[in-house]
Structures are given as C-alpha cells and as structure tokens.
Design a protein around this ligand. Structure first.
Ligand code: 5RP
Length: 237
C-alpha cells in the first residue's frame, strides 16, 4: 500500500505507477482506454525529463495517435514479437486475475499484444475489481460482419443475450479491424469461465472474446482516495 494522494484520481495514480515500472531500452505493449491515457502521459513525461528510450506497440489506432501527439515511438510486433512489458486497462478483474476487456472495442489487438508480453500489468480503479466477472459489465465479443447474425445466434446459445454494439449515429460500431462487437449479457454473470471461453472460441465468425485468462501478471489498483494497491499474480482479492 502506497501513501494517500487525494489530489489525484485513481486512474492517474495507477497510470503514473505503471510508468514508473518502465526501464530504458524496453519494448512496451501499449493498451487502450482512459486509464492507459494517464499511463501514456506519465510515460511521455519520463521520456522528456529523464531521456528514457523506449518503443511501444499500440493496441489501437487511438493509442497510436495519442503516442504520436506525446512523442512516444511506435513499433510493430513484426519487429518485436516479444514485449518486455505490456500495460493495459480492463473493464473487470476477478480474484484469479481473469479479465473482461473490450469496452473500448480494442480487445482483439489487446489480446494479441498481451500474449506477446513477458509481463502484463493491468491498471484499474477499485470499482473494476469484482467477485464474479460479467455480473455488471457485458462481455464483448468481436465478430466478422459476414453472417454476423448467425454468429450471434450461436453465441446466444451460451445462456446470454447478445446485443450488436451501435454508434451514436445508429450504425454498427466498427473495430480497428473492420469487425463488429457484440456485447453479451449473462443474467447471473459468467460461470465455468474456461469452458465458456473455449466453447465461444469454436464459433465460426468469432474473431476474439473479451475474456482474458492467464494473461495478467500484476494488477495496480487505484482507490478513490488516491491510494495505490499492488496485487501480485494469483493473489485473491
Ligand atoms: C479497451 C479496453 C479498456 O482497457 C477497458 O475498456 C478499460 O477502459 P478505461 O480505462 O477507459 O476504463 O479493454 O478495449
């Protein structure tokens, strides 16, 4: 537990704490979302003030644009198939370090990048730590537009109600990969998570599932009062 920092938001606290883990020479995976934006800002600050030399693989176009603005050098998995450190946010985290991700629609690239990481650090505010995944947040699944309705019906057979994610203009939301997202409501939350993931993965047309299992090594939790709590792997909350 790190001392209180009431002037800072929980997201800012974890963003700065994650930036402090970065060492010069590292190749990073750079997640997506509002929490990661604080990490990128703090990282850019260290690059400028301490001459830190790093490169990062962005998990979304939004993150790549943000990096360009902040002067963070971008690289690719083709050049660096293994990453020293991946920092990303999450929508929910359970006590076994399993995650729901994809609220921002970047889950496919985020999972590829997380799987390339030697160490994956997830930065969240306290409200994202849950006893059961999916009890409040819907599970996002990225699907191919072709035949998506048939895909959606097969997903629904897993005991959930799937909704096609729409934009404010009432068009289907498109991911950076040109795919759709379906958000799935499980009335009791997710059960038998590993077998659910395996079964959903078998459905033709499913590009990726926003369930991350075995892809998180450390969780940095930011509390509303500015306290930072560090959770190590497989530590139950
Ligand atoms: C994007 C994600 C984000 O990490 C997740 O939605 C959390 O975002 P935020 O930090 O804005 O709450 O998975 O696909």
């Amino acid at each position: 537990m790190v001392p209180l920092n009431p002037q800072k938001s929980a997201k800012e606290v974890v963003g700065e704490a994650a930036a402090a883990l970065v060492e010069s020479g590292m190749i990073l995976g750079l997640g997506t979302g509002t929490t990661v934006d604080y990490f990128l800002t703090a990282l850019a600050g260290r690059i400028q003030s301490q001459g830190l030399v790093i490169k990062g693989v962005a998990t979304s176009m939004a993150t790549a644009e943000q990096c360009e603005k902040l002067g963070i050098e971008i690289t690719t998995l083709a050049d660096h198939p293994e990453l020293d450190l991946v920092v990303d946010g999450a929508d929910e985290v359970d006590g076994q370090f399993r995650l729901i991700k994809g609220g921002g629609g970047a889950l496919l690239r985020e999972k590829i990048v997380a799987a390339a990481g030697r160490k994956v650090v997830i930065i969240v505010s306290s409200d994202k730590l849950v006893e059961r995944l999916g009890a409040t947040f819907l599970l996002p699944i990225e699907v191919m537009p072709f035949g998506y309705f048939a895909t959606l019906e097969k997903v629904a057979r897993h005991g959930c109600q799937p909704f096609l994610r729409m934009t404010e203009d009432d068009e289907p939301f498109l991911t950076d990969n040109g795919n759709y997202i379906i958000d799935c409501k499980f009335p009791q939350g997710l059960e038998q998570i590993e077998s659910l993931h395996a079964s959903l993965s078998q459905i033709p047309g499913v590009a990726e599932i926003g369930l991350f299992i075995g892809l998180c090594d450390q969780v940095l939790e930011g509390c509303a009062d500015g306290t930072l709590v560090v959770h190590e792997k497989n530590e139950l909350f």
